[in-house]
Design a protein around this ligand. Structure first.
Ligand SMILES: *Cc1c(COP(=O)(O)O)cnc(C)c1O
Length: 405
């Protein structure tokens, strides 16, 4: 593969705003689950652009479809009907058992729409100051509303005053929800990630999801689910909450929906589909023809190539292999998650593993300080999963064997 001259990927680049801790590499191209940097070094991609590159890189059917769409129409406007929106909305709502979709470009926008919808729903019911139940360790985005819903003081610090109207509860404890909302007539909704991503791959139990569904039905609250990271087939179902056999009233999607093209969506069911009327909400880029084509083609290819099944089986293989290889290793707490959304929980902060894996030719992430997180493309093969394990396990063992700093 040809490469261009090395570029500076220094974190002190004078013109790019310094918002991220970046590894000192820059990627130029990819194929499947492989990517190359400006020095021609090859990596196994265990991150998938943070659960974005559903179909991997350079997919032979996605790329020509997007090229054709680029030549036809990139953007029109929501002043007009967009046929791609009609197609993608029909497909997503059928997969979700819901009725209507609103399109945007990112996860936080989808969640912002959800939070606005919850407030409007409350106002329709005569609740002037609607409140939403949210969770410890949650991550919903970095706008003022979504960072207020987020359960991480590091993300919130310096951006106060936060938005009011959130009630925070621990995961998987229905009594805690009842207690935190007791005699509060202002509650309108519960908002959760089926499997918390940034929070450290923390799953909600299926029976807990059913309990929340029941409580929401009893109290007239909306059950609102953030599937931005765990949705779009990652766990082996289209949406992770489907493992619990429930249907939410509102759901947000983004990340993997467009295989790398920015696409976000809020899906609504019968209780919520009519809450927004013309003039209530909107966005310039949302649902543009290129984005919609990316969503439609991603789903078409996922169905054709059986990628839900692949995520489930290769994910189970990967999880088993990690559990087997790391069994009894001092400092390994647990391997958790589902499908191709996995976290290896260590007993101490392990940010150093990021650079070491990168040096060894493996891309991944470390989240919630102590969790090595894997979110590869859903096309990952069993052989690639084995290769990932063979690179990662020695790095983790070596790291844990070192004296603590
Ligand atoms: C990434 C993420 C978001 C935010 O999405 P952006 O596209 O970065 O705005 C929201 N919720 C969850 C669960 C996420 O993983």
């Amino acid at each position: 593969m040809s490469t261009t001259a090395p570029v500076s990927a220094s974190p002190t680049s004078p013109h790019v705003m310094n918002c991220y801790g970046r590894l000192p590499i820059a990627l130029t191209h990819g194929q499947g689950c492989r990517v190359w940097d400006t020095n021609g070094k090859r990596y196994l991609d265990g991150l998938g652009g943070i659960a974005v590159n559903t179909l991997g890189h350079g997919h032979p059917e996605l790329v020509p479809a997007l090229q054709a769409q680029l030549a036809k129409l990139i953007h029109s406007s929501n002043y007009y009907h967009v046929t791609g929106q009609e197609q993608l909305a029909a497909k997503l709502t059928a997969l979700a058992g819901m009725t209507n979709a609103f399109f945007c470009s990112t996860g936080l926008e989808a969640n912002e729409a959800i939070l606005k919808l919850a407030r409007k729903y409350g106002h329709h019911k005569g609740i002037a100051r609607p409140e939403v139940v949210v969770y410890e360790n949650a991550f919903h985005g970095r706008s003022i509303a979504t960072l207020s819903a987020t359960g991480n003081t590091k993300i919130q610090k310096g951006f106060e005053p936060l938005l009011e109207g959130f009630i925070r509860v621990p995961l998987n404890d229905i009594e805690a929800v009842k207690k935190a909302t007791a005699n509060n007539p202002n509650v309108v909704a519960v908002f959760l990630e089926t499997i918390q991503g940034e929070g450290g791959i923390r799953p909600m139990r299926w029976d807990y999801l059913r309990q929340v569904r029941q409580l929401c039905d009893e109290r007239g609250w909306l059950m609102m689910i953030d599937e931005v990271q765990c949705g779009m087939g990652r766990t082996g179902k289209w949406f992770a909450h489907q493992w619990a056999g429930i249907v939410p009233d509102v759901m947000s999607l983004a990340k993997g929906l467009g295989s790398g093209v920015p696409v976000g969506a809020m899906l609504a069911g019968p209780k919520t589909a009519q809450v927004f009327q013309p003039g209530d909400h909107g966005t310039t880029f949302g649902g543009n023809p290129l984005a919609m084509r990316a969503g439609v083609e991603t789903i078409r290819i996922m169905e054709k190539d059986g990628l839900l099944k692949n995520a489930e089986t290769v994910g189970a293989h990967l999880k088993n292999a990690l559990q087997r290889e790391l069994a009894g290793v001092d400092g390994v707490v647990e391997v958790r998650g589902q499908g191709l959304m996995l976290g290896i929980v260590l007993a101490r902060p392990c940010g150093a593993i990021l650079q070491r894996a990168c040096d060894a030719g493996l891309l991944l992430s470390v989240t919630a300080d102590c969790v090595v997180r894997l979110l590869p493309a859903l096309i990952l093969t069993q052989a690639e999963a084995d290769e990932l394990v063979s690179i990662l396990v020695p790095i983790i063992k070596h790291f844990l064997a070192e004296p603590q700093p």
